[in-house]
Design a binder for this molecule. Structure first.
Ligand code: C2E
Ligand code: MG
Ligand code: MG
Ligand code: MG
Length: 288
């Protein structure tokens, strides 16, 4: 009986695998189409300076609204784009759209753009950024690229060379999802980062979890020692924000301030007529 059950489970597993592989191929196919048929868009999430309380910039995040499936999350389609090489086109579209958007703002706020490993290692990446800055007129200092630690591992030398050239243009470089990748500390020494974004998994419930609190305090100490500003990702609750303020964290981002939204939601901020975000308490998820 146990054996039969085992075989059944195995068969079910195999058929699920088949579905997943097929589904992936369909998504890959559709993603190619999405690039040309305007199914992609960007949403923007404010980044807040904790000393002044003002918005210092926005992170651009890509969205895909599939005609039949609806919203497909980046965590599903970015890996597919990376494996198929589509990320090069997609990444250029994201970068161009974000830079054009930021160049249109009256307030000289920062624009942060996620860059994947594949892009960072592409030989024409630096030239592309340089051309784009010239085309859009965006001041290089207003662009920050966010890279994850895993983004650098494939070919350290190439990644380092490209990062140095990007920094030489005046563009800022942030380490994204700090604490979740590999050999974070040696990367911090090897790469010329301008700031560190602490992964949201450490921020979550930092106020009532001693381990998270110890880790975040240590990262903040590291930032001070290395003279690297720290941004806390995924701040959802006032208690988390209060903890970060108490520990003198430089900047924060998260649902407590705002979810990522269409840029029209921040019109007064990018126009310069308003400097802060009114946090919408109603979006704070309840933790029972
Ligand atoms: P990320 O760069 O670390 O972006 C932060 C993610 O956390 C975003 O998810 C954002 O919507 C979400 N987030 C922000 N604040 C909160 C919060 O308070 N609570 C919670 N639970 N989540 C919060 P999203 O947009 O689904 O993106 C996921 C990941 O996909 C990004 O992580 C990034 O690695 C990747 N991604 C998104 N857009 C792009 C892109 O244009 N290019 C590339 N290469 N990757 C992208
Ligand atoms: Mg990011
Ligand atoms: Mg992150
Ligand atoms: Mg992430």
């Amino acid at each position: 009986c146990a054996k039969a059950e085992g075989r059944g489970t195995h068969r079910l597993f195999e058929s699920q695998m088949g579905v997943q592989v097929r589904d992936r191929r369909l998504l890959e196919h559709d993603l190619r189409g999405a690039l040309v048929s305007q199914q992609l868009s960007l949403v923007y999430q404010p980044q807040v300076d904790l000393e002044s309380g003002e918005v210092s910039g926005f992170e651009a995040l890509v969205r895909w609204i599939h005609p039949e499936r609806g919203a497909v999350p980046p965590s599903t389609f970015i890996p597919i784009a990376e494996e198929t090489g589509l990320i090069l086109q997609l990444g250029e579209w994201v970068m161009r759209t974000a830079c054009i958007q930021a160049a249109s703002w009256t307030a000289p706020l920062m624009i942060a753009v996620n860059v994947s490993a594949v892009q960072l290692h592409a030989p024409n990446f630096v030239a592309f950024i340089e051309r784009l800055l010239a085309e859009t007129g965006l001041a290089p200092e207003r662009l920050e690229i966010e890279i994850t630690e895993t983004a650098m591992i494939r070919n350290m030398n190439r990644a380092l060379a490209n990062l140095r050239q990007i920094k030489a243009l005046g563009v800022k470089v942030a380490m994204d999802d700090f604490g979740t990748g590999y050999s974070s500390l040696s990367n911090l020494r090897a790469f010329p980062f301008d700031r560190i974004k602490v992964d949201q998994s450490f921020i979550r419930s930092v106020h009532d979890n001693d381990q998270s609190a110890a880790i975040v305090r240590a990262v903040l100490g590291l930032g001070k020692g290395l003279n690297l500003p720290i941004l806390a990702e995924g701040v959802e609750r006032l208690e988390e924000l209060d903890f970060l303020r108490g520990e003198i964290c430089d900047a924060a981002q998260g649902y407590w301030f705002s979810r990522p939204e269409d840029i029209s939601a921040f019109e007064d901020v990018v126009r310069g007529s308003r400097k802060t975000i009114a946090p919408d308490q109603t979006v704070v998820p309840l933790r029972l």
